[in-house]
Design a protein around this ligand. Structure first.
Ligand SMILES: Nc1ncnc2c1ncn2[C@@H]1O[C@H](COP(=O)(O)OP(=O)(O)OP(=O)(O)O)[C@@H](O)[C@H]1O
Ligand SMILES: [Mg+2]
Length: 234
């Protein structure tokens, strides 16, 4: 289980996260919604260890992570699917996946490659092509599978539906539900609030670096303010 308590983080002298707390358990999806600039990406980066924190604690299965380097956090089971996918366009699809498996044994790598190729057959068909030749949606699938190669118990996803067609959004969200069934704890940052809330167990709304509202996915779907601001209807 991932737990964040009273976290603050700053860029230079400007504090952009204040007092953020959240919790996500195995087999659960926590959706994090909020406008542009609310601090969602900064929060995920702070959890994965690439953004320093000024106060607060992050624990994974009860063990503090504050002083643990980002690469070691991956080994402990934390994986991130970054905003904008960031696959290595000049490397083959298979090499992108193998890179994600740098912490794993050869046997696990083979099993995880197989899982990726069975879940998204297009990745198998194109495994020797450059990742840069994939469509945006296919790159998103690759980014998810690359993150899974480290056998995470917690996965942090930053706007996985960004820029995708409705059909591909469905596919990506189906994959996220599959990961939930496999028992992963999932933190899902999304601008697409309606889809995110519909699959979320719990949800939080972020505004200007704070969590201003939390509840179950269902509760937030019914919330008047969420409806007006994030679901585009009253
Ligand atoms: N590298 C940086 N240096 C300085 N300020 C930054 C940096 N990255 C982000 N910020 C600022 O921190 C705040 C939070 O940004 P962040 O990217 O975390 O928001 P977000 O919720 O992910 O937004 P979006 O929905 O646009 O992805 C914003 O005010 C942003 O301008
Ligand atoms: Mg962001």
């Amino acid at each position: 289980m991932l737990e964040v308590k009273d976290l603050a983080s700053r860029y230079g002298r400007i504090e952009v996260l204040h007092d953020v707390s959240l919790k996500v358990e195995p087999g659960k999806i926590l959706a994090l919604i909020g406008a542009n600039g609310a601090g969602k990406t900064t929060l995920l980066k702070a959890i994965s260890g690439v953004q320093p924190i000024s106060t607060g604690t992050i624990t994974l299965d009860g063990k503090p992570l504050n002083k643990v380097q980002a690469s070691e956090r991956v080994k402990r089971g934390l994986a991130q699917v970054p905003e904008g996918r960031q696959v290595f366009g000049g490397m083959s699809i298979e090499d992108n996946l193998l890179l994600g498996g740098w912490t794993s044994s050869a046997t696990n790598v083979q099993a995880d490659l197989q899982f990726a190729y069975e879940t998204f057959p297009v990745l198998f068909e194109k495994k020797d092509l450059l990742a840069g030749s994939l469509s945006g949606g296919q790159q998103q699938m690759l980014a998810i599978c690359r993150a899974l190669m480290s056998r995470p118990s917690v996965i942090l996803m930053d706007e996985p539906s960004m820029g995708l067609s409705p059909l591909l959004i469905d596919q990506v969200f189906a994959a996220i539900e599959l990961l939930k069934k496999k028992g992963l704890a999932i933190v899902l940052v999304e601008q697409n609030a309606s889809v995110a809330l519909s699959i979320a167990d719990d949800a939080s709304v972020m505004e200007t670096g704070r969590i201003v509202l939390r509840g179950t996915g269902k509760e937030l779907q019914q919330d008047q303010r969420v409806k007006e601001l994030y679901l585009g209807h009253a």
